[in-house]
Design a protein around this ligand. Structure first.
Ligand SMILES: NC(=O)c1ccc[n+]([C@@H]2O[C@H](COP(=O)([O-])OP(=O)(O)OC[C@H]3O[C@@H](n4cnc5c(N)ncnc54)[C@H](OP(=O)(O)O)[C@@H]3O)[C@@H](O)[C@H]2O)c1
Length: 246
């Protein structure tokens, strides 16, 4: 995608990866709209930035997504980039019958969320010059972490969905997948203090790749290539063991 003069929506832009990308894209000369459930978090992320707009939305609710998208198109008719970044990660024990609330919430936020929001905005994006849709998946889409089964599955599903979208929208909208490895954010409790790629390093790398023309279809950093290419390189079992501490 081009690096400046875009109007960009980033879901989950108030924290973590979304916020780090939002700041870099804003610094580069874009109008950036950040959306999420916590307005105080969004407002803090947008503080002192004149072309950054916080908007509250719960992407789990189909009606809210429709209302939000309609309003967005009216208020920001130049919107040409959608970054589906919002997501949740829950740990689940598969070894026995369990309450499926976490599994259902994960599918709703991580899979139905981007499907619904993209659907609500695609006709608008088709009319825009230089339109892009960016979906944030995970290295765990390619090699699963056993303790986060529905999370892995939701990201594998969005990877597959993204491949179809890229083909269906070819020549009209650039469809890009960002595949993060473990990054130090607040995605799960205590994750900022655990092993992982520092957020700023990750965001610098992704920002550079995101702004290349022609677009890079799959954006990875070194550690996510490890998982992304594991099966093709015949290293799936080895990477699976490493990821799962085996
Ligand atoms: N950090 C990693 O290691 C890693 C690795 C691979 C992939 N990823 C992916 O990267 C993306 C960003 O995660 P992160 O690491 O930056 O964690 P994060 O800081 O927790 O960001 C997630 C964002 O999603 C928003 N969100 C969650 N549910 C939402 C909903 N129902 N409606 C609207 N917004 C919602 C949250 O805002 P509110 O709570 O205010 O709604 C939050 O800002 C996620 O898709 C995640 O799966 C992260």
């Amino acid at each position: 995608m081009k690096s400046n003069d875009n109007t960009i929506l980033i879901t989950g832009g108030g924290s973590g990866i979304g916020q780090a990308l939002a700041h870099r894209l804003h610094d580069a000369g874009n109008h950036v709209i950040i959306a999420g459930r916590r307005f105080d978090v969004l407002s803090r992320a947008a503080e002192g930035r004149s072309r950054m707009t916080p908007i509250q939305v719960d992407l789990d609710n189909a009606t809210s997504v429709e209302v939000f998208a309609r309003r967005l198109i009216i208020d920001h008719p130049t919107l040409n980039v959608l970054i589906n970044n919002a997501g949740i990660m829950r740990f689940e024990a598969l070894g026995h019958r369990r309450d499926l609330a976490d599994a259902e919430a994960t599918v709703t936020t991580n899979l139905l969320g981007p499907i619904r929001l993209t659907n609500a905005l695609v006709d608008h994006l088709l009319k825009q010059p230089n339109a892009s849709i960016v979906n944030v998946t995970s290295g765990l889409a390619f090699v699963p972490l056993v303790v986060a089964p529905t999370y892995n599955a939701s990201k594998a599903a969005i990877h597959s969905y993204t491949v179809s979208m890229r083909e269906a929208l070819k020549g009209k909208i650039d469809v890009i997948e960002v595949i993060p490895p473990q990054v130090k954010t607040g995605l799960t409790p205590g994750q900022e203090g655990r092993e992982g790629v520092p957020l700023d390093d990750f965001a610098d790398d992704v920002f550079m790749q995101l702004c290349s023309e022609p677009s890079i279809p799959e954006i990875m950093v070194q550690y996510s290539q490890y998982a992304r290419r594991a099966e093709a390189d015949g290293r799936f079992d080895e990477v699976f063991a490493v990821i799962n501490g085996g």
